[in-house]
Ligand binder design. Sequence first.
Ligand SMILES: N[C@@H](CCC(=O)N[C@@H](CS)C(=O)NCC(=O)O)C(=O)O
Length: 198
Amino acid sequence: MAIPTLYYFDAPGRAEASRLAFHIGGLGIKDQRFTHEQWGTEYKAKAPTGLAPWLDLEDGSYIVESKAILMYAASKAGLIPKDPLDAATAEQTCSIMEACFGPIRSFFMNTEVEKAKVELAEKLAVADKVIASRQSESTGFTSNAGLSYADLFVFAFVYGMTTRFPDAMKIENYPHLKKVHDAVKAHPKVAEYYKSRP
Ligand SMILES: N[C@@H](CCC(=O)N[C@@H](CS)C(=O)NCC(=O)O)C(=O)O
């Protein structure tokens, strides 16, 4: 039987939260990764919007935009909070973290890096403060709903930044983001994923 295929670079970036949600839900997908060189020569032309990630579905249709793919995976995996306040908290968390992607381009392009570091630090400080306002003290997740797609979003951002650009994000400066990151990392299905990750 055909299974969905998730296309993205061989990096955490904008696909990692979805990869984790699919894994946690036990939803088999093909995790099609490519290098930057392969992107230019082969995959960019295949991408529906010329950007990655995208998800090809069994019926021949597709989903573009990383957040939409994450919502699809999270919905199937039961990672969307049902309580209205927890649901709003999850969206709040993702929006506030999304703003942190803005300065990252400078690190990839190696342009105006010092300015981008300052801008990122400001945005991360805001994210840390907002997350603190509703973070579960007992679990460390972003709300009292237990693990949600928003926790995976935060984790994927922190994981990607601290592995790729450790100088640009000192996790110890953001204790609430760290708490989310550590709680997600300790989740049994997440730990299992990284044991067997290619
Ligand atoms: N809003 C889009 C942004 C996608 C995006 O910018 N993808 C980048 C990688 S993170 C990309 O495809 N870059 C390659 C290119 O622009 O050629 C999403 O969240 O999926």
